[in-house]
Design a protein around this ligand. Sequence first.
Ligand code: HEM
Length: 556
Amino acid sequence: MRSLPLGLAVCVGARGPSGSRVSGAAPGRGFCATAAGTVVEGKLDGRKGVLKEIRKKGVGGQVRSFEEIPHTGRNGWINLLKFWRENRFQQLHKHMERTFHALGPIYREKVGTLSSVNILMPADVSELFKSEGLHPRRMTLQPWATHREIRKHSKGVFLKNGEEWRTDRLQLNKEVMMSAAIKRFLPLLDEVAKDFCGMLQARVETEGRGEGGRRTLTMDPSPDLFRFALEASCHVIYGERIGLFSSSPSLESQKFIWAVERMLTTTPPLLYLPPRLLLRIGAPLWTQHATAWDHIFSHAEARIQKAYQRLTSSPGPKAVAAGEQYTGVLGQLMEKGKLSSDVIKANVTELMAGGVDTTAVPLQFALFELGRNPEVQEQVRQQVRMSWAQSGGDPQKALQGAPLLKGTMKEVLRLYPVGITVQRYPVKDIVLQNYHIPAGTMVQACLYPMGRNAQVFEEPLRFDPGRWSSSREDGRREEGTGFRSLAFGFGARQCVGRRIAENEIQLLLMHVSDSRHERAILLSFHLSVPSSEDLRTTVTLILQPETQPKITFSKI
Ligand code: HEM
C-alpha cells in the first residue's frame, strides 16, 4: 500500500525562519555523502566500543541538539495555511526536493499538529532501520482507523501496531511473501497477464491502423491497467476470476475501482482535520471517504462469501491443504485457521484496497519510460526474448533470466515511488547527520528526492535499468547503499504485497507466452510515445501522472 505524504515542508529558502543558517555537519546546499556515524564507522572498522562512544558524541565530539536541525518554520498552523493556500499538498514530492536542496540532507517540519524529521541519504535510512525495534511503526492514517472504529470493523496489518500487528503479519507473510507462496500464486498472475496481453492484441487488431501485421494503436492504457490490477488481485487473493477483460466488464468492479480512487483522494485532506468532528458535523468530505470505504468493504464481503461457499463445497478444504488446488490467499488463511474470520476479512480487504492503484500506476510509468527510451526497450526485449526461450514456459525461470526487467521496475519506482515517504518512530535515541534524534520522533525517508539525488544515483534523471545489475552495484559498497531501493519500505514492516506487486508488474511487461501464441507486451509490441516530454506528477495519497500519458502500441 502507500506511505503517507507527511513531510509537509514549506520552502523557506536557504535559511530557517529563525534566520540561522546551520553550518558544519548539515551544510546548506552540499550534502554530506553519509551520515555522521557512518563516516566514522568506515574508518574504525572493528573497534565497536570506540564506535559506540563516537556515535554518542558525534563527529568532533559534539552531537548537535534536535533543536538545531534546520527547519521549515516553527508554527505548524501557519505552515498548514500556506500549504493550503499554495496548493502544495499535490506537489509535496517537488516541495521536499526543493527543501532538501535549500536546507541540506536533514530537516524538521511541522504542519498542523504533525511534526517530522525528514532525511534522504541511504546511510541515514540504514541508521533508522537499526532502531525500528521488533514492532516497527508507521504514521497512522487516522481517517482509515476512524472508519474501522465507527463501523466496528477489525483492523488489518496496515492499521495495527505492536504484538497484534506482528501476529497477523507473520501469518500473512506465509501466504504472500515466502517463496513457497510465490510459487503458488505466480501461475495465477501469469494467467491474468497472458489474458491481458491477448486482449490488447485483439484491440490493436480491431481498433488499430495500418496494414496486415503492422498495426498500430495509440491510446491511454490506464483504464485497462487498473482492470488488470484488479483482476490479478482478485485471482490471487480470492482465487476468483472476475472477467474484467470481457467486452462487458461488470459495473460492480468498475465501482470498486472508483471507490478506491475516491478513498485515496479524500485521505490527504482528512489527515489534518479530526475525523470524528467531521463525522459529527456531517462534513461531505468525511461522508465521501467513509462511503468509499464502505463500498470497498462490501465488495470484499461479497467475494469472501463466494469464496467460503466454494471452499466448503468440492473439492473440500482438506484437498486444498494437501496442495491439490490453490484457492488464493483467502482460502489459505481460512484453511490454516490461525486468524479469526473477522481478522482475515480485515486483512484481505486491506490487501485488495492496497493492491490495485499501487501496481497499475507504476505500470503506466513503465510503459511511458520504455516508450520514450527505445534503446533501453530494445535491450530489455532482447534479454526477455532469450530468457523466455530458455525458460520452457516456466514464468519464474523466465523472470529470473531477465534481470533487466526487474531493473526496469526498480528504475520506475526510483523515479516515481508510489508512496513518496516511509516513516518510522525509532525506539531509541539515534544520531542522524550528527543531530540527536530522540526516541519516538517521527522520521521519514523521502523517497522521491532520494531517487533523483545526484549523490545517491549517477545521472539520476537517466532511465537506466542496468544500473541495478549486480556488477555495477558492486562499484558502490559504501554503507547504506543497500538502502537505495526503498519503494516497498524496509525491514519487518515493508510492504506485505511486495512479492505480488513485483511479479505482477514484471509478468505484465514481459509476459510469458503459452505454446500457441506469444502474448508478451515486449515480445508483441514496440512501444512509443507521442510526446517524450517529462510527465508532470501529482500526489493524492500516491504519486501519479497529472494527466494520463498516451502510449503507441505497434505490432512487431
Ligand atoms: C508497486 C506496488 C507497491 C508499492 C510501491 C507499495 C509500497 C508500500 C509501502 C512503501 C509500504 C509501507 C512499508 C513500510 O512502512 O516499510 C506498504 C505497505 C503495505 N502494502 Fe504495499 N505497495 C505496493 C503494492 C502492494 C500490493 C499489491 C498490496 C496487496 C496485495 C500491498 C499491501 C500493503 C499492505 C497491507 C501494507 C501494510 C504492511 C504492514 O504494515 O505490515 N501493497 N506498501
